[in-house]
Ligand binder design. Structure first.
Ligand code: NAI
Length: 351
């Protein structure tokens, strides 16, 4: 399985290490360094087979290349997966994170990590004891969820403006699917803007704790609203689910929202404006790079996050002008940026 995955992948480099002490497989996938060192989070998960973890890292690293290029932050795309037999705790977790830090350090900054599923800022503190290429530790950029939520808010404002002629969210109905780190912050920010917020979560207690009107998780897709904000899992937009939607805009933080690329066209044909996921959910990387590398204060960060709205406005204009979907316009933007940043083997830009 590894051979096939590696042969068919269009990324630059996959680094694989088997960690005998824990039985974990470490996969670091560097998809592209055309625009700078590869950045992307580390995910810890139990997979049916190690190869599923490698496939996940490959797929996610490609999405990071798109996200970094669209956000124009001078970074390439990468992703790491720790495919563990079970989620380790205590000393075993500490040891695994140290050995993982040594692996990332050995790459000399070509890959720079942050958190993802099951990797918290406190875990990153442990990785950072062995490696300098770590973002989102407790003392520095912190949890990227807040920047992601704020970026999605700007994306929703821009999308609502495109559809309804005004970015004002007062009185608009928004359904937030998944009220974890991102969805919870987003729901509150939307309410502060005057939106009427519904929430849905498979964890019903978590949904109830938000204090917003709760919709059963199974009814989320078919609930009538102006904006559907998927902030839970990927693959929610598919040939099956799109006909059920009763919204005008889809804009949320979840990665890989489209089950397949044709779903962008399905949404378009239903008159639903889709904010491409990797554009609208880039607030976390903007937060970490802005605060940790660029020395931004909170005001500069807010300006950086507002740039997500500006990028979407540009994409919607381009899409309308070329009679294509916003997803296609985003892909063209990424291609343009990658082409202009490509370097030859001596590191010089080739264009
Ligand atoms: P989280 O794990 O804190 O929250 C996810 C929430 O979704 C949980 O409350 C969970 O119970 C709920 N959920 C899971 N499956 C569901 C379903 N089928 N229907 C309804 N609710 C469901 O995750 P977080 O950090 O809030 O991220 C949310 C999404 O945004 C994820 O897809 C993540 O990959 C993506 N994302 C997060 C970023 C970040 O900075 N945290 C950055 C970019 C993307």
């Amino acid at each position: 399985m590894f051979e096939e995955l590696l042969r068919d992948w269009d990324g630059e480099q996959a680094v694989i290490r088997y960690d005998r002490e824990s039985g974990a497989w470490m996969f670091v996938c560097i998809h592209s360094t055309a625009l700078g060192p590869a950045g992307g989070g580390t995910r810890m998960r139990v997979y049916p087979r190690p190869g599923d973890g490698l496939a996940d890292a490959m797929r996610l690293s490609h999405a990071m290349t798109q996200k970094m290029a669209a956000a124009d932050v001078g970074r390439g795309g990468g992703k790491a997966v720790l495919a563990v037999p079970e989620l380790p705790q205590g000393e075993a977790r500490h040891g695994l994170l140290h050995r993982y830090g040594e692996l990332v350090a050995s790459l000399g900054g070509t890959y720079r990590t942050a958190g993802d599923m099951n990797i918290s800022p406190a875990d990153l503190d442990v990785v950072a004891e062995r490696c300098e290429w770590v973002y989102g530790t407790t003392g520095r950029g912190g949890d990227s969820g807040r920047g992601t939520a704020r970026g999605v808010l700007h994306g929703i404002r821009a999308s609502v403006e495109h559809v309804f002629g005004s970015a004002d969210l007062a009185g608009r109905t928004v359904l937030v699917q998944g009220v974890g780190a991102v969805g919870d912050d987003l729901a509150r920010a939307l309410a502060e803007d005057g939106a009427h917020v519904f929430v849905a979560d498979v964890d019903e207690r978590r949904a109830a704790a938000t204090g917003f009107e709760v919709v059963a998780a199974g009814d989320a897709l078919a609930t009538e609203c102006d904006v559907f904000a998927p902030c839970a899992v990927g693959g929610v937009l598919s040939a099956d689910s799109i006909p059920q939607l009763r919204c005008r805009v889809v804009a949320g933080s979840a990665n890989n929202q489209l089950a397949e690329s044709d779903d962008a066209l399905r949404l378009h044909e239903r008159g639903i404006l889709y904010a491409p996921d990797y554009v609208v959910n880039a607030g976390g990387v903007i937060q970490l790079i802005g605060l940790e590398d660029l020395g931004w204060d909170e005001a500069a960060l807010e300006r950086g996050l507002a740039g997500i709205g500006d990028t979407l406005r540009g994409l919607y204009r381009d899409a309308d002008a070329a009679a294509i979907t916003p997803a296609e316009a985003a892909e063209r933007l990424v291609e343009r940026r990658l082409a202009s940043g490509r370097r030859d083997s001596s590191g010089r830009r080739t264009t």
